[in-house]
Design a protein around this ligand. Structure first.
Ligand code: ATP
Ligand code: MG
Length: 418
């Protein structure tokens, strides 16, 4: 017997009973972003491996162990994008978008070879937002206010905002020395991951999800206490803007984010309703990245929403949007009726371009077809038999009340449009 081929571990099918939720949520996200003047950009799913190594950083989890990297037929090393920021910057640079300010968004699949579990997959989806060329804290505030509005529009409660500032590269370097000294003094308390990171990427230790590391991390010196003046002023202005807008936040001095390119503002929207995978949206400022990738210095800030986690959270909150049923289900029994039904349906679609009309197709008894009509959730069942065809009329059953009407074909659109 031939063995069936299954999907790749951690890569999920999103089935038709679920796609309406995705579509509706994506539409809300897109409409909200458009309301702030953000424009969509689409860039490839595959990029040169070097792009991610240089931008995300060689000693991050993503580059060290999570990338899907392969050689293409020319021998070039390519990688399935693990996130969107790098590709977005590359595309903006390459197409001359950085000559002026930009507000951009994108959405699509990302790939990371992680251990699959609830809220953590190997193919997952992000909606990412990036702005280039704005250096002040007002754009930081705009992005955060925009995410707060998104949650409000989606009916999502139970997410809290955490913010922090990572300062400039210099401030971080000085702080790094203090942090390494602190962790070295407590070496016996470091878990295996943290020991590995101690000299390669000590700030990441603060981001540890191991509960046994928590006490040690809480007592660690804080980067916020070692900020340069400019970063401190930037952060204070941001906080004041959030206060003025009435958006509550928590300052989390241990929020460092997993990618190397961040500086100054970082933020996450977190929930305790999704277990360990509690970050729904994460972002921050990355002013140094464009230059690091060989472009002319341009300030930048962005965030990404994990769509699987957002949808799981909406589900946990009973806040998934109601999928829309079809408006009408057309049943047709008899030779003439079957022939006529598709033509009638096309005519109706010409007259009512927004109508959602399901034609039965495939024949069967009235009883069977009615059962389908019922299950479809349609508001009306349209009934066509050979008698109706002979008289150029159609039966219309109002599903909510059971009322039946006989309507002439040329009056049908007007009847349904009432
Ligand atoms: P985590 O700490 O949970 O691993 P991260 O810091 O690696 O997250 P980012 O690179 O900041 O995540 O990605 C932004 C968002 O994308 C995350 O907050 C999360 O909602 C989502 N995300 C990241 N990795 C995955 C994954 N493997 N599966 C599903 N969603 C993910
Ligand atoms: Mg991760």
């Amino acid at each position: 017997m031939t063995e069936t081929i299954r999907s790749v571990r951690g890569m999920n099918d999103i089935l038709p009973e679920v796609t309406p939720y995705w579509q509706s949520i994506e539409q809300t996200l897109k409409d909200t972003l458009a309301g702030y003047g953000y424009q969509e950009i689409r860039f490839p799913i595959v990029e040169k491996t070097e792009l991610f190594k240089r931008s995300i950083g060689e000693v991050t989890d993503i580059v060290e162990k999570e990338m899907y990297t392969f050689e293409d037929r020319n021998g070039d090393s390519l990688t399935l994008r693990p996130e969107g920021t790098a590709g977005c910057v590359r595309a903006a640079m390459e197409n001359g978008l950085l000559n002026q300010t930009q507000r951009l968004w994108y959405s699509g699949p990302m790939f990371r070879h992680e251990r699959p579990q609830k809220g953590r997959y190997r193919q997952f989806h992000q909606l990412g937002v990036e702005a280039y060329g704005f250096s002040g804290p007002d754009i930081d505030a705009e992005m955060i206010l925009m995410t707060a509005r998104l949650w409000k529009k989606l009916g999502l409660n139970g997410v809290t905002l955490q913010i922090n500032s990572l300062g400039t590269t210099e401030a971080r370097q000085q702080y790094r020395q203090q942090l390494v000294a602190y962790f070295e003094a407590n070496h016996q308390l470091l878990d295996e991951d943290s020991q590995r990171r101690l000299h390669s990427n000590p700030l990441r230790i603060l981001d540890s999800k191991n509960p046994e590391m928590q006490a040690l991390n809480e007592a660690a010196p804080k980067l916020l206490d070692h900020l340069d003046d400019e970063s401190r002023a930037h952060f204070q202005t941001l906080c004041a803007m959030l206060d003025a807008a009435g958006v509550p936040y928590e300052i989390n001095p241990r929020l460092v984010r997993g990618l190397d390119y961040y500086g100054k503002t970082v933020f996450e929207w977190v929930t305790d309703q999704l277990g360990a995978q509690g970050t729904v949206c994460a972002g921050g400022r990355y002013d140094a990245l464009v230059q690091q990738l060989g472009g002319k210095a341009s300030t930048a800030i962005g965030f990404a929403i994990g769509l699987e986690r957002l949808i799981a959270l909406l589900e946990a909150n009973d806040a998934l949007p109601k999928p829309e049923a079809v408006d009408a289900y057309l049943v047709a029994v008899g030779e003439q009726a079957s022939k006529q039904s598709l033509l009638l349906a096309e005519q109706l679609r010409d007259q009512l371009p927004d109508i959602k009309l399901l034609c039965h197709c495939g024949g069967g008894s009235f009883k069977n077809q009615f059962k389908r009509a019922d299950r479809s959730g349609a508001r009306w069942t349209l009934i066509l038999g050979d008698d109706e065809v002979a008289n150029k009329v159609i039966g219309v059953k109002v599903m909510a009340t059971g009322e039946q009407h006989t309507i002439e074909w040329n009056a049908l659109a007007a009847f349904l449009a009432q």
